[in-house]
Design a protein around this ligand. Structure first.
Ligand code: 4AD
Ligand code: MG
Length: 441
């Protein structure tokens, strides 16, 4: 085939011309002397038309017997069609079959509905479905937007280690690794290390895989997830909230600008996303508790929430359902938060921290705080939390040599993807999800 190779998403550039498409058979409809194969090439779908009296008999027969997901190279003429989803159809003139899926061993994922367990067991194939491919494109867009956001604002990307000697987010969710003769863990967060690079470079961020050995089966939990974490020297809690709302607004705008078709494929109501523009509402933990208690009095929540506890998923869902933008809840009781958070000077029982709760019930997508700047207080906290002091010696050094107020936050990419795509569960937001009961494929 000598015609130019085209990608389906760019096919409009070849209007009226003969092109070659390299991909797979997605579906085949027959109607007497007409065949309607739908091809996919990773960038999109296009319907082909094969008329019996317009092509060589062997081409008609080859298309007629073609099985779903067989790999093919197709040549055809691009013709505009107003009814076609992509605006074009392909009048097929030639086809080469690279590998035909056997008739007696058909592609396991048919176009009818399958259960989620079956689909997750066949995730290596499920990613080919248009909806899953669209989700992965939105994920890539979100990651690119996040990086562009920080790169464009004077932040330096610094990569923290994945093998670490100590906990960052509590000792109960660590994955142990046998590190020669030492005990190591997979990182829960790059934060402690980028606090060090922030003292070197001022404004830094990290983006990488993080791990939590939570035995949690909720729709928000993965054991392996990707987190973007900015860390800023001299930042106050207010600075962090401004940074978070600007980052989220930037990411949403990019997705609406570049991934509208994908959002449509996924079935996302993008009018909900159009509303996501900074500033976002900021409420204190105390205000959030009031919202929950009023919800209980009004009979909308079963249990009465008492001040001092951490919010569970239903609490976060209820709080965020009061707003149509992400809501930033700040100043939680220090006792429910991590050891490294700076206390509020006005009410030291509170931490200078913020959780960003996404609307539509998605709950926490960002957690962040100012970090403890005082050496003595930090030593006290490390002891209270019964953390191994030896492993934190280097971290304490940051409070001995030019300590400054500073802070940052972490956004879990999968939670952001789930919200932006409007997905039920985070397992569809990453190519191969790792959860409590899934390590295959
Ligand atoms: O709130 P977390 O635990 O905060 C930290 O790790 C801080 N060290 C971040 C920082 O300040 N630099 O986690 C941050 C975010 C959460 O808001 C959530 O989006 C995501 O990481 N996350 C998870 N995502 C999927 N599965 C899990 N098990 C997650 N745990 C946290
Ligand atoms: Mg958190």
């Amino acid at each position: 085939m000598s015609s130019p190779i085209a990608t389906i998403s760019q096919i409009g550039a070849y209007d009226g011309q003969t092109v070659t498409i390299r991909g797979w058979l997605y579906n085949l409809r027959e109607s007497g002397k007409l065949l309607f194969p739908i091809f996919r090439d990773g960038s999109g779908l296009i319907q082909g038309v094969v008329a019996k009296n317009a092509v060589a008999p062997e081409i008609f027969e080859a298309v007629k017997g073609l099985t779903q997901e067989s790999s093919v190279i197709v040549e055809g003429k691009v013709r505009p069609d107003r009814r076609a989803p992509g605006g074009y159809e392909l009048d097929v003139t030639a086809m080469e079959v690279l590998q035909k899926v056997a008739d007696n061993d058909p592609y396991p994922i048919s176009l009818k509905d399958h259960g989620v367990d079956f689909l997750m067991e066949h995730r290596h194939l499920w990613v080919r479905s248009p909806r899953q491919a669209a989700i992965l494109r939105v994920r890539a867009e979100i990651i690119k937007a996040v990086r562009d956001f920080f790169d464009g604002r004077g932040f330096t990307l610094t990569d923290p280690p994945i093998l670490t000697p100590a906990a960052c987010e509590g000792t109960s969710t660590l994955f142990p690794v046998d590190y020669f003769d030492e005990q190591a863990y997979l990182t829960q967060s790059g934060q402690l290390y980028i606090e060090a690079t922030a003292m070197a470079l001022g404004r830094v961020y990290s983006f990488g895989p993080t791990f939590r050995a939570e035995k949690s089966k909720t729709r928000r939990h993965l054991t392996e997830f990707w987190m973007v974490e900015p860390e800023v020297a001299y930042a106050t809690l207010d600075d962090l909230m401004t940074l978070a709302e600007e980052m989220i607004s930037f990411v949403i705008e990019r997705c609406l600008e570049h991934r509208r078709v994908d959002l449509q494929t996924i079935g996302r109501d993008s009018s909900k996303l159009e509303k996501i523009k900074s500033p976002f509402p900021r409420i204190t933990y105390d205000d959030a508790v009031k919202i929950l208690q009023e919800g209980h009095s009004a009979g909308k929540l079963e249990n009465r929430f008492e001040w001092g506890g951490d919010f569970g998923s239903p609490d976060e869902t209820y709080i965020s359902s009061q707003f149509d933008k992400p809501v930033m809840v700040h100043r939680y009781p220090a006792t429910v938060k991590a050891f490294y958070m700076e206390p509020d000077p006005v009410r030291p029982e509170l931490a200078l921290c913020v959780d960003v709760l996404a609307p539509e019930g998605y709950g926490e997508i960002i957690g962040g705080s100012q970090r403890m700047a005082s050496y003595d207080l930090l030593v006290k906290r490390i002891r209270e939390h019964q953390l191994p002091e030896e492993a934190f010696k280097w971290y304490l050094d940051l409070r001995k040599y030019g300590s400054v107020p500073h802070g940052g936050f972490g956004m879990g990419i999968e939670r952001a993807v789930a919200w932006i795509c409007g997905l039920e569960h985070v397992r569809e937001t990453i190519p191969f999800a790792r959860t409590l009961h899934r390590l295959y494929p």
